[in-house]
Every structure is written in structure tokens, then in C-alpha cells.
Design a protein around this ligand. Sequence first.
Ligand SMILES: O=C(O)c1cc(=O)[nH]c(=O)n1[C@@H]1O[C@H](COP(=O)(O)O)[C@@H](O)[C@H]1O
Length: 302
Amino acid sequence: MDYNFAQLYEQLSIEKSSKVSVGLDPNLERIPRFISEQYETAGIDLSADIVLNFNKFIIDLVADLVPVVKPQLAYYEKLGWRGYRVYEETVEYAKSKGLLVIADAKRGDIDSTATAYAEAFLSDRYGSVSAVTVNPYLGKDSVIPFFKQSRQTGKGIFLLVKTSNPGSQDIQDVVSLRGTLVRDVVRDWIVEETENVNGQYSNIGAVVGATHPEEMSQLRISLKKSLFLVPGIGAQGGDIKEIHRVFDKKGHGAVINSSRGILYPESVTINSTKEEYAEAVIYETIKLNTQINEVLINNGKH
Ligand SMILES: O=C(O)c1cc(=O)[nH]c(=O)n1[C@@H]1O[C@H](COP(=O)(O)O)[C@@H](O)[C@H]1O
């Protein structure tokens, strides 16, 4: 097996000096006019074409600046089959530009269906990705097919452990019958699956929200072999100064996602010109790269 998601991520993040994932969450209402106005043909639904054009515009701008993009499936599914086509074309376009792709699908189901999900995302077919997010809260049997597919293909999975949303406490922080928190049950499945993996990082990662500093530190200590996918900075209120907590002593081991903060910079509007918009996207991306690198240096993790 040649493919190894975790190794590829570490390699690209070093080459590009970036730990950032750009979230491709295209919202038609916020896509700038210089893109959407090209598609104003009466009577035909061209929403999906607008999204594809916007995604390609963003990918071209960030491809040399970050190692990975993360399309969130909901934004494509809401456009129907055309949206799914555009999702796959976006994935292939990103791959052709040398980017890794994490499909944010948050899948999970009974074992037979979970197997189908795992194959759907982590095969070698057109539109397949480097890694997928998995919702483990249906139970361990719903996660095992993803573990198996990851072992076979070298592709990655990110299990939701402690999510960024305020309601994450409603289930994840409840004490289970074992006496540990429910999220720590998931943590332990990951430890069990990864403890004997050679090398620093395995392909089984964890989603840990940037809005929970304490948990970021706790989980970093117990999940030594897992890359963390960390959403929640910016719009959701996660503090960039705390981000060092998800990295190991050498400043490795985490992917910091920003979606709205990069796609829709505050300094521009939907009426801005292409040049203004491009400059703002590049500025936000470089700013985030720099902020993360500085926080790591300030905390002696580099
Ligand atoms: O799995 C995710 O990526 C995810 C997990 C989580 O706990 N919180 C979370 O916000 N996300 C996703 O990360 C992205 C965050 O977007 P921004 O808040 O705009 O940066 C969205 O696509 C969310 O669906």
C-alpha cells in the first residue's frame, strides 16, 4: 500500500509551511457577483455551475498556500444531483492542483451501510478523497468498516470526538455506563486502533473543536497517534492563541480548518471586483498560516 494520508499531510504541511485546511462550504448568497452574474440565464438553474466556478477560483488562489481543502457535503447535496456532480468535479480539481481533500460527510451507520459509505469516499474511483469525517455516535460497529477501509487503502478518517458546537456537551460530555465520558469511549476506540501503528501519525484522526481549549490539551495527550482536524476558529469563536494545544512538541499533528473566514473575507462584499476578492482570500489564508506558525513558535512547538 503506497498511499498514506497522514504522511502526505505532514509532508505537504512542511513544504507549504501551513497547517490550514480551507473549508469549501459554498453558500450561493455569499458568492461574489463577478462569478454569479456570468450565469444569469432566465429559466435555467445554474446554481451548481456558479458553485463550481467559485470553488475553482478559491482552489487556484490557495493551492500553493495550504496542504488541504475540506468540502462539506451538505452544501452540494442541497443542490441535488447537479450539486453532487460539482462536488466530485471540485474534488478532482483540487487533487489535480496537488491538494489533499477531506470530505466532510460525518457518515456512520450499521456495518453493511457503513461499509458502503467507507467505499464511497475512500476508494480509488473518480471523486474519491484523501480522508472523510465519521460520526461514531451510532456505536463501535458503525466505525469498524471505516477502520478496515483505512487500513486497506491508507486513506484517512476523522472520528468526531469533541465537536465545536455548543450542543456537543449534550451527548459527548455525558457520563457513560462505564463511568467515563461518552467522548472518551470514542477516544479509547481510536487509541486501541492506533497504538501499534508504526511511525508518528496513523490514518485514524479525531475531530476536536477549537472552541474547547481544555479538551484540546487533554485529547492531545491521550491520542498520540492521531492527527486532529480542528474546526471552530473565527466565526465560531475559537481563539487562535489556544491552537498550540492540538499540536505535538514539534508543531505537528493537526489540521486547522477555516471555511467562512477564507471564503468570504470581511474586507470584501459580493460586489467587490475579482482582483479585490482574490487579494482578500490570499490575505486571509496567509494571515491564518502566519498566526498559527507564530503561536507555535511562541509556545516552543516548532
Ligand atoms: O467535521 C467538521 O469539519 C466540523 C466539526 C465540528 O465539530 N465543527 C465544525 O464546524 N465542522 C465543520 O467545519 C466547518 C466550520 O466552518 P467555519 O466556522 O465557517 O470555519 C463547517 O463545514 C462545519 O460543518
